[in-house]
Design a protein around this ligand. Sequence first.
Ligand code: FNR
Length: 368
Amino acid sequence: MSQHLLAPITLRDLTVRNRIWVPPMCQYSVAAGDGVATDYHLMHYGSFARGGAGAVILEATGVVPEGRIAPQDLGLWDDAQREALRPIVDLIHSFGAAAGIQLAHAGRKASTEPEWGTPHPGASLAGADGGWETVAPSAIAYDQLTEPTALDEAGIDEVVEAFVASAVRAVEAGFDLIEIHAAHGYLLHEFLSPLSNQRTDSYGGELAGRARLLLRVVDAVRGAVPVGMPLLVRISATEWVEGGFDLDQATQVVTWLGEHGVDMVDVSSGGNAVLPEGAEIPVGPGYQTPLAAHLREHTEMPVSAVGMLDTPFQAEHVLATGQADVVRVGRAFLREPNWGLDAALALRGDGEIVPPQYRRAFRQALRR
Ligand code: FNR
């Protein structure tokens, strides 16, 4: 059987050992609220590298304190945060995987209670509990969250600078690739969408205006990191609602991203609009893959597919049929941190990827 999933892939100077990548997943585990990674993060991210992932991309990491979804998020706005990430990168490397980090600003969806361990998961954090004022392209609230303040030009410049400063720290910490979060209704996605961006200045209006901030961030980060380092962007290729950011607009934006030096786009969806009563996102196995396949076909951009690609054969099929260049496996890796080892063996890999300490445990499979 051919093994697309196990084939290496090269982006700029980086060769990643396989196409099984772990997408960013917030862990809300910085109990101290200072954005500094802990032993939990070391163990959590290291386990995916040991478990056969080609690349492990760390969770949405705030480029400024007010850009965190919740106070328990990782941050990269200071040097202490950078130093705490270094051992995680080293551990990922020690298992032969590449280390990536998703740099993020949560915009109008910042300052919320984390998904677990609090009375109102996902609700706006009260000021008394450490909540802060959120920012966005326009003063339009997301769902029940508090109304954000529209960013002025100086505020926009600060966002760009913050992405650059965090990217530089990510390089210093040893990361192999950087991903800019422009999906799921966070700040850069909010600018892209006509639903959340109703600005009348050069950052709003037509698609070129709405894409301006993202392209500015891309240009600035691209110019600040080594030429050989891959730069990725995650987008929501559709908002699943009439009048929102859709696949046609995404196709244009991805074309621009390619022209601005982005090396791969990860294709997710949704997160910026509450669907009308009765409407539903067609969630199911591989439900976002057609979006990735469309963008791969209609642009020059390599893409990764994500979303309920839970089994090795399903993931292999996505690659074998040319729908994507890389597959990202999220929750299935949380359930089974050795997902990559199992996949390698299921696809009749040679077992090289199994760490020597674990070979005895995988012996039966290795003998096949
Ligand atoms: C996520 N997701 C996510 N996406 C992102 O761009 N940045 C993030 O920090 C997070 N955080 C996060 C936390 C948790 C616990 C989950 C389950 C998901 C979305 C994630 O990267 C992925 O796109 C989805 O989980 C869909 O892929 P799977 O899980 O079906 O393989």
